[in-house]
Design a protein around this ligand. Sequence first.
Ligand code: SF4
Ligand code: SF4
Length: 334
Amino acid sequence: MKKTVSFSRHSANIFFHILTRCNLHCRHCYINPEQHGTRMLDIATIGRWLALFADRHPAANVIFLGGEPTLHPELSQAVKQARELAYASVTIDTNGYLFHDILDKVTPAAVDFFSFSLDGPRPSVNDPLRGEGSFDACTRGIAAAKARGFDVSLIYTVSRANIDHLHAMPPLLADLGVDRFFIQVIGIRGQWAEDASQRQILAQVDRTTWLDVIPKVAEAAARKGVAVTYPKVFLDPREPFECAGLVADNYFIFPNGRVYRCPLCEDYPLHSLEIRDDRLVETARVNEADLFPLTIPEGCVMNRIIQPRNLPPAAAGSTGGKIACCMLKEEITP
Ligand code: SF4
Ligand code: SF4
């Protein structure tokens, strides 16, 4: 069954980057130390910041991110704190290397999902993007997590470099026992985005290719019993446009205290909130929140301003649709 998943008005999502360090150097990495710092939050600070958002949004979902969050030696403690604060769900995003024996330190009752990142159905596609040996490490990590009873999701970031191989993912997902499959659009963010030749290789695919390929692969994965979520990206002319920054509660927290409401802004000091002395405060204007209400024919204002070459809207004067909010998803359940 396919449906568009509108932004939830009743739950908040806390995307918590507890450090920015990583063992990999993926070509499309969106982490930008110039903007997000190089700090690893200590466990006491993680606990206070989790409490800050738990007070504001009881029963939020928390997603621990990095860099590579399993490089944090006290990640299991952070999971425990999130549970004690009654977060509704806890997810750990990982590149699959699973440092510090994390699978031995947390339980399936405490972690709702381990979410692995893989950008190709075999090493020859994945490893040039994510690093030598990363395909084997990731698939080994998935097998280990499944063997211990964890639910596992997998994120595939689609770009021109790997869309031709996406069709080979459904059988692999079934073999690995993956429970959920997230197809993601590449964002032009991070230090690599300053390199024009990289932007050419890794750019988002055009509208026709996206609409030809993505729904079919999603349906093929669902037929194998895997739930699939992918961004809508392109709205039909009749579909309403909404900006999650105005109607949803998503927080992208970085270890230097910046808190963004829109991930497209993360390369710029446009964050609308900041954690100072363990308090969440609004930042000076102009910031992302001043841009969310702007209504433009092209749809998402931040896509137009920040990455206009990545997702060009329909040609002027055509009846084509708008660019959707990057957080608007389609969901197919088996
Ligand atoms: S695994 Fe994630 S944080 Fe690490 S380099 Fe790759 S994209 Fe960046
Ligand atoms: S991606 Fe666009 S529509 Fe979505 S929150 Fe950001 S500015 Fe708003």
